[in-house]
Design a binder for this molecule. Structure first.
Ligand SMILES: [Zn+2]
Length: 363
């Protein structure tokens, strides 16, 4: 009888004092920054080497879009595009600092901004999902066309050879193990006037493009990161049309490969969506912008789930991914306490507070 009682208490104590689902440091502490201008390259590399390393950044996502002198498609380089040598200097700096560099492009949506058409649709207007929507002389939101930014047509037969060549080049020059492909805020998809897409299921169209890009990267052993907003139902969650989908693309979550790293951005509060993505089978990163209290709440959620969820879910909580949506020089100025806009100051402060909280958590 004594033995049985002993065994019972031994098992109970094992259960009560079992270690958290996943132990150790949070694996990914990422930071998103715009690619610098050539004249700021030296400061940018110094910032990586001296500051980002010290802060504890593990992954630096550099937002290139078309800001690279592509050799496969020189016509698609945007103004001020960086040369191969310049990008390699960033890559080497990251390597020396022990930080993984991940280049970022925008696939599908974000092919224009304000009154400007970006290089892909400027050079290849046939790829425009909504050629009937003219670029305005003055941009304002809302507008009659519902134009936030243009999308390319995912079903155009000329599309993939072009964008895959750009993706391959960026991955190669950055010696990257992962590529961030954007794909956020897609409002133009399956347009009624597109001869290829009209009448099709928007979730299937979205999932089809996500999967095509994923498969291309996977065939080269490259991981795919993307923004997760189109996989959330904006109505049911109350998250609305920006950080979630109001055009039914959310059902695509059950149609895409589970190997995607979901970058779940929320800038005003911390909904429980990282748990949703992990439960669906995806690895996930919580992504704040400029509200420090929200960033810390997101970190707390990551940590709570790493400690309390079943192992398979806990392991999918990769960590946090601080965003910035300003020029690299603006962010650095704000970070160093130099003259900067209130918005950039708030952003830099959020970054510092988040990384401070991570350090405290890991101590
Ligand atoms: Zn189309």
């Amino acid at each position: 009888m004594k033995t049985i009682r002993f065994l019972f208490f031994a098992l109970l104590s094992l259960y009560a004092f079992r270690s958290p689902a996943v132990e150790g440091d949070i694996p990914v502490k990422a930071f998103l920054i715009a690619a610098p201008d050539s004249e700021n390259l030296k400061d940018f590399n110094k910032f990586i080497k001296e500051d980002l390393k010290k802060e504890g950044v593990t992954h630096l996502v550099v937002r290139f879009r078309y800001k690279y002198q592509f050799k496969s498609h020189p016509e698609l380089a945007s103004e001020g595009a960086l040369s191969e040598e310049e990008v390699k200097s960033i890559m080497k700096t990251c390597k020396e600092a022990g930080i993984e560099m991940i280049p970022k492009m925008n696939m599908l949506g974000h092919q224009s901004g304000g009154t400007n058409l970006f290089p892909l649709l400027k050079e290849y207007p046939q790829l425009d999902e909504t050629p009937h929507v003219e670029m305005p002389e003055e941009y304002e939101w809302p507008n009659d066309d519902g134009l936030y930014c243009k999308s390319y047509c995912p079903l155009h037969p000329e599309l993939h050879p072009i964008i895959f060549a750009l993706m391959d080049e960026l991955v190669e020059v950055c010696e990257a193990k992962a590529l961030h492909v954007g794909m956020d805020e897609v409002f133009y998809i399956g347009d009624d006037k597109c001869p290829r897409c009209k009448g099709r299921d928007k979730a299937e169209l979205y999932a089809g493009e996500v999967t095509a890009i994923y498969n291309h990267l996977a065939s080269k052993g490259i991981e795919m990161w993307m923004w997760a907003d189109r996989f959330l139902d904006g109505r049911t969650t109350g998250l609305g049309m920006w950080e979630a989908s109001m055009n039914n693309t959310h059902r695509a979550i059950d149609m895409v490969p589970k190997g995607i790293v979901m970058c779940d951005w929320h800038y005003v509060n911390a909904p429980p969506t990282i748990g949703y993505f992990a439960t669906k089978g995806f690895r996930v990163l919580a992504c704040p912008w400029r509200k420090a209290e929200v960033a810390v709440q997101q970190l707390e959620q990551v940590q709570l789930l790493r400690e309390s969820a079943p192992d398979v879910i806990a392991e999918r909580m990769l960590g946090v991914f601080q965003t910035s949506w300003t020029g690299a020089d603006n962010f650095m100025n704000a970070y160093y306490g130099k003259e900067a806009s209130d918005r950039d100051k708030e952003n830099a402060n959020c970054f510092k507070e988040l990384f401070k909280a991570v350090t405290e958590l890991e101590e």
